[in-house]
Design a protein around this ligand. Structure first.
Ligand SMILES: [Zn+2]
Length: 256
């Protein structure tokens, strides 16, 4: 009896906490034990995620980025693989999946690293710190490692008007499927412009307390919103708040 009252109370709390619904198992290709996902969200739940994740960055160095950051042109990608385990093809498949959420921007492969807008370095965990030092110099690398103790990392260079010039990500490839997939899907969200984290959001891969390892309906929807032509690089939070409700209203994941 007491047990039942308690579970009823917990259920009530859960219902009040969020309205996300239509729970689905993880898609094919997810790692064994990957979490299920909700696939329907209220406008408020999508608005909350977008405003938290598309503005600011808790990994920033230097100037605080203002406004929306995203690419404004077709994106050329390059995978550089120095890892003991070859996951180049898997990473290229992931690019393809992300390409579907940016239908107006074509994501295709660059012939070499210099021509790429988005570079992923697949590395062994043991070389992570050295790779950061090579890429960003010792000071920046030390600050990152000390501040965030990261396992994977993305650096996004953008212009003052919010247009991303180049994203470089480091993804660990030699520590099993779970680490690789979690890093790859998480860092791609950063690389495309969702720069921040939200440790209290129960649906996004950009909650560092979660291990997801696939492109969820929730994150896919946030990226679709980010790459809608009515959301432009440099837009302020106020400007975004004004247009977001009408964009959210027509998303397949929005509860009508
Ligand atoms: Zn992150």
């Amino acid at each position: 009896m007491i047990g039942r009252a308690l579970s009823a109370a917990l259920l009530l709390v859960a219902t009040v906490a969020h309205a996300a619904s239509d729970r689905q198992p993880p898609p094919a290709g997810a790692f064994a034990g990957a979490p299920a996902q909700y696939t329907k969200f209220t406008g408020r739940e999508l608005m909350r995620g977008f405003l938290a994740l598309a503005f600011g960055s808790d990994l920033r160095l230097g100037v605080r980025p203002k406004g929306i950051r995203r690419f404004d042109r077709d994106i050329k990608t390059f995978v550089s693989s120095d890892a003991g385990v070859d996951r180049k093809a898997a990473m290229e498949n992931i690019f393809g999946e992300y390409g579907e959420v940016t239908p107006r921007l074509k994501i295709s492969s660059a012939a070499n690293e210099d021509d790429a807008d988005l570079v992923i370095h697949l590395i062994d965990e043991a070389k992570f710190k050295t790779a950061l030092i090579d890429a960003f110099g010792a000071d920046v690398a030390q600050t990152f490692v000390r501040r965030t103790d990261p396992q994977c990392m993305t650096s996004v260079k953008s212009r003052g008007d919010g247009v991303i010039l180049r994203s470089i990500s480091f993804v660990i490839a030699d520590q099993g499927d779970q680490v690789f997939l979690d890093c790859a899907y998480h860092e791609m969200l950063h690389a495309l412009g969702l720069s921040n984290h939200d440790q209290t959001n129960p649906w996004t891969t950009l909650n560092q307390r979660r291990v997801v390892g696939y492109l969820t309906v929730y994150d896919r929807t946030l990226l679709t919103l980010l790459y809608d032509p009515r959301i432009q690089p440099g837009m302020s939070r106020t400007e975004v708040r004004r247009v977001l409700p009408q964009l959210i209203a027509v998303q397949p994941a929005t509860v009508k």
